[in-house]
Design a protein around this ligand. Structure first.
Ligand code: KG4
Ligand code: ZN
Length: 337
């Protein structure tokens, strides 16, 4: 007898995207709807938590209805509901968690709380099956983490940022260059046209550390821009972007390669918004091709926040028997374990 298919409804509201999706067996997208709020936050130069919460309230039912309609699933077909419980903005998370709880209660469906980073990792499983052990590099606006996984659903964080996240550094440097939010794609675009003419620092930290630090680099960029201004020297924004990106990419690539070798990774996974970065993609592709280790980077639409990734990660937890109760709460500081 073949195993029954699992249809998971996923909900994600941890930051500035209101998203719902239906995923089959943790691997196949049936529907995937994302309502982005970027336009509303742009004029403030970053995500404003209160505005994010209000948008989520307005969008959540619309997005859920659209995801269900596009999936052609009836409620009877849905096996469970997965929702991001943390980390993220508490007011934003609460909207998704409460929507999921209300639906689970009203429709009599099991509820599964999901860690946002587990979601980013599992975005890759919508493209290709995992092989263990694997190393995952998560680089987003709020996270920079290296995670070792020896099997599905078990995460060991081997390194993380001690200050700014990689995406946060991108956004702050972009702001200095007076580029619109989100700054990552803007810097990426400029970097491709510039020369790596400025020698910005690389924070390697202790020899054996897989941790990261980007605040020193960010300060170095800011100081360089200020000093040039005071001396009346024109620096090319393209060259600043290229030099900054070279530092970020070199550190991320070197530490990921070292981790993959040390842990005997059969696969390396990249996830989160900064996984869209063309410099990082090229550098990782080159290194892992040489090492003959398969590298998975999700397509752009799955790099940034979405609910298909939450449904995918939730399916693994569901299969392992994890169930959340009606006391499930938003947890902005949730640990990945
Ligand atoms: O994963 P994500 O959508 O949201 C969080 O969970 O944080 O990541 C958003 C981050 C932003 O900081 C954005 O500037 C960055 O990803 N980002 C990029 C690129 N595209 C998005 N950073 C560098 N290069 C890019 N092409
Ligand atoms: Zn994210």
């Amino acid at each position: 007898m073949s195993k029954k298919d699992i249809y998971m409804l996923g909900i994600e509201t941890s930051c500035d995207e209101t998203a719902a999706a239906v995923v089959k067996n943790g691997t196949e997208i049936v529907s995937n709807v994302v309502a982005s709020q970027i336009e509303s936050h742009k004029r403030f130069g970053g995500v404003v938590p209160e505005i994010a919460s209000r948008h989520h309230v307005e969008q959540i039912t619309v997005v859920l209805e659209e995801a269900l309609e596009k999936s052609n699933c009836a409620w009877d077909d849905i096996d469970a509901i997965a929702v991001t419980e943390g980390p993220g903005l508490v007011g934003a998370l609460l909207i998704g968690v409460n929507a999921a709880k209300a639906l689970a209660f009203a429709k009599g469906k099991p509820l599964v709380g999901v860690h946002h980073i587990a979601g980013h990792i599992y975005a890759n499983r919508l493209e290709r099956e995992f092989e263990f052990p694997l190393i995952a590099l998560i680089v987003s606006g709020g996270h920079t983490e290296l995670v070792y996984m020896k099997e599905h659903g078990i995460y060991e964080v081997i390194g993380q940022t001690r200050d700014d996240a990689a995406g946060e550094a991108y956004d702050k440097v972009a702001r200095m260059l007076k580029l619109p939010y989100p700054g990552g794609p803007q810097i990426d675009r400029l970097a491709a046209k510039g020369q790596e003419s400025i020698d910005f620092p690389r924070a390697w930290l202790e020899d054996d550390s897989y941790d990261f630090s980007f605040s020193g680099l960010k300060s170095a960029v800011i100081n360089t821009i200020h000093n040039a201004k005071q001396r009346g020297v024109e620096l090319s924004p393209e060259d600043i972007a290229a030099s900054f990106q070279a530092s970020v990419v070199e550190v991320l690539t070197t530490k990921t390669v070292r981790a993959a070798k040390e842990y005997g990774a059969k696969q390396v996974i990249v996830a989160g918004g900064v996984a869209a970065n063309s410099g990082l993609r090229q550098s990782l592709e080159r290194e892992f091709a040489q090492l003959d280790v398969p590298l998975l980077i999700p397509p752009l639409s799955l790099c940034t926040d979405n609910a298909a990734m939450i449904a995918a990660a939730g399916t693994i937890s569901f299969e392992k028997g994890k169930r959340s109760g009606m006391d499930l709460n938003a947890n902005p500081g949730l640990e990945l374990i």
